[in-house]
Each structure stands twice: as C-alpha cells, then as structure tokens.
Design a protein around this ligand. Structure first.
Ligand code: SIN
Ligand code: CO
Length: 374
C-alpha cells in the first residue's frame, strides 16, 4: 500500500488508531485522481439491466427514491431540483474500479462489500444519515462538502424512503477536492452535499449484525442436522387435563433440542460459504462457446487467469470457498492463495493439476482468462 493513501500512516497504524474508532481525513490521498468515468458514461451504465442503480431527488415535498435501470431521460434536470445518481458494484463493471479497490487490500476481503459511485448535481446529496458500514469516501471530480458528527442520537425521519437523520448536528466539516479521502467508522453521522457537479467513490466494508449471522447459521445448520430417533412415551401417565403439555414431554423435547450441537469446523464452513455467497441479483456468464480444456490450458499458461469480477474467493484453514461453495482439495495451496489475494494469477506456473481445478470453474464463469495480459 502507498503510505500517501492514509496520509503517511502505515496500514498497521491506521488499523490501530482509526479503523472502527474515529474518522480520518486525508488530503490528496490518491494524487491525480479525478474519478474513473465521465458522468455520461456513468449515466449510461445506470441504464443497463444488470446494474444496481438508484436515483435520489430532493423535491419540494421531500426525498424521492427511484431504482434503476433508468432511461437517459431520467437524468434531465427537473425544475433545477438537486439529484444524485448512485451506482453500486462499480468493480463488477470496470477494470479500473477493481484496481482502485485493490489499493484498499489492507482490510481483509471478508469485510469488503463493494465500490459505489455517486454523481450529484450542485446541491445534490443523499441527506444526513449513518451507515452500518465502514466507508472510505474518495472524491472524484468536482467538490463535495462533508459534515460529520459523533452524535449518538441516530433517530431517523419517519416515513422517508431513505434513512435521513431527524436531528443532525454537524461537528466538523470539510470541502473535499479530487483525490481527497474521508474514512468514517460505522454509525458515524454524515452529510455530503455537492458544491459543484461531482462524483464520490465509496469503498464500503460490511459488518454483519449478530442477528444476521445467527439466523444464517441456523439456516446452514438445518441442512447439516442428522439426528436419529423420535419422541417416545412408553411410560406415559394418565393426565387429568388432556390439553396440558406435560413437564415430562417438555423435558424430553428439551433433551432432543440439546442434541443440536456444532463444532468450530461447522462455523468455519458456514462462514466461508456465507461470506462468498453471491448476492441474489448476481449471475455469472459461462463462456459461450467454451474453449476446450487443451486450448484453455495453453491460453491460461500464456495469459494467466483472473477471478470473474463478481467472484468471491476466500479461504479458512486448508479450505477454499468460491461463490458460496467449498472447493475440493487443492493441488497447490500457495497458488490458490495468490489467486485469492491478488484476484489473478500472472506468471505463476499453471500445472496440469491446477488446470483440473480451474477448468470447471472457467466453465461456470467463475474465473476468466486474464485479458489484461492478452
Ligand atoms: C454519496 O456518495 O452521495 C453518499 C455516500 C455516503 O454517504 O455514504
Ligand atoms: Co453514507
């Protein structure tokens, strides 16, 4: 990581003093950065079917939220009212967005969500709010005024289509210029208003709630359970009230439920699958038509391979998880770790044993030939 990104701090210093603790403003964190794509290209992206986009307009009667895909006419000025266009998962659509995201690899991928971009006309914003995410806000083109507050009153406006704080009391404010970066921990109140037409890139890190983890773990365990036996009451006693659930029944059922147990290995397996599970709106593009295995091998050895932009590959212990599934035993763990960390394999020896693993993943559209080197 370039130390300039964190204003001269090393990743370790940033993690110790700021991460999840306090905001950090870095002037000129990414020198020369002025965004990854022009407003017209961003608007065109927001018109595509598979792109997650939202349009937020401030009208006289309050906030209006619309979901994409949009039509070009959606972005025509309406009575000079401010608006913002938000496009999620830019890293799925743009190689330069993937490169930008890679600069933030001092935070584990298990925490990464995506790269979002916003384009706002002067005065545009999404209102004062807080996120349950850690976020790095990187200013692209133009200027945006950020106001932030450590306030604990996080009461939201009732009935608004987006999360808007009822009582926002700014404590600090800055105008961010292209290349400036603002890190905010979760639940930190903030409000960004475009000074002139501007773009802001949000590198977001998810933090699942206990409720979400516990609920999803129980769903996972449901498929893993294999408990023999059934309720038995050969010793049933006559009871005066047939409608009463007896203590004896309750005791036996409690014993059954106490047999639902799990090991750390179950939690690791759940976590690997949960963290790499593709979001429901995502789909993969299997190659059409696919290369034969021998042509794929030749080209992979020459060009290298990369994870498909939507793919998530993590590992725990000796097990690799790709897009919600555990991969069978790996022939070469070090090379797979390289693929997971760098999201590509360039210049690594691609052996026949590795091809036996990679080729089926290529057929699923989970990995691709690395066209960057083509
Ligand atoms: C924006 O870019 O307009 C909003 C980003 C945020 O507040 O999290
Ligand atoms: Co926010």
């Amino acid at each position: 990581m370039d130390k300039q990104l964190l204003g001269g701090l090393s990743a370790a210093e940033f993690l110790r003093d700021y991460w999840q603790k306090q905001p950090l403003l870095v002037r000129n964190a990414v020198p020369g950065f002025s965004g990854l794509l022009e407003p017209a290209a961003l608007q065109a992206l927001a018109c595509e079917d598979e792109v997650q986009a939202r349009l937020i307009r401030q009208t006289q009667s309050g906030w209006v939220l619309e979901h994409g895909p949009f039509k070009q006419s959606s972005f025509k000025p309406k009575a000079k009212l401010p608006w913002t266009l938000l496009v999620q998962e830019l890293n799925h659509h743009l190689p330069s967005a993937r490169d930008l995201l890679q600069q933030f690899d001092f935070i584990p991928y298990a925490r990464l969500d995506d790269l979002m971009v916003s384009y706002a006309v002067p005065g545009g914003g999404v209102g004062a709010h807080f996120d349950s995410y850690d976020v790095f806000l990187l200013q692209g083109s133009g200027q945006r005024r950020w106001q932030i507050s450590a306030q604990t009153d996080l009461t939201l406006v009732d009935g608004a289509p987006l999360k808007i704080l009822q009582n926002f009391v700014p404590e600090q404010e800055w105008v961010l210029n292209p290349g400036d970066l603002l890190y905010l921990p979760p639940c930190y109140a903030h409000n960004g208003v475009a000074v002139d037409a501007c773009t802001t890139y949000s590198i977001g890190f998810r933090a699942p709630s206990v409720q979400e983890i516990a609920t999803q773990f129980l769903v996972y365990m449901q498929d893993k359970l294999d408990l023999p036996g059934m309720y038995q009451d050969a010793d049933l006693n006559w009871q005066a009230h047939p409608a009463e659930i007896s203590d004896a029944m309750l005791d036996q059922i409690a014993g059954m439920i106490a047999r639902v147990t799990w090991q750390r290995a179950d939690i690791a397996d759940f976590l690997g699958r949960y963290l790499t599970e593709p979001k429901p709106h995502l789909f993969f593009d299997p190659p059409e038509p696919p290369l034969t295995q021998s042509v794929f091998t030749r080209r992979a050895q020459k060009q290298g391979v990369a994870l498909a932009p939507q793919s998530l590959l993590l590992w725990q212990g000796a097990t690799f998880y790709l897009n919600g599934e555990a991969l069978a035993a790996m022939p070469d763990t070090t090379i797979m770790q390289q693929l997971a960390d760098k999201r590509r394999l360039a210049g690594a020896p691609i052996t026949a044993a590795l091809i036996a693993t990679l080729y089926p993943l290529y057929l699923d559209g989970y990995i691709v030939l690395d066209l960057a080197d083509a």
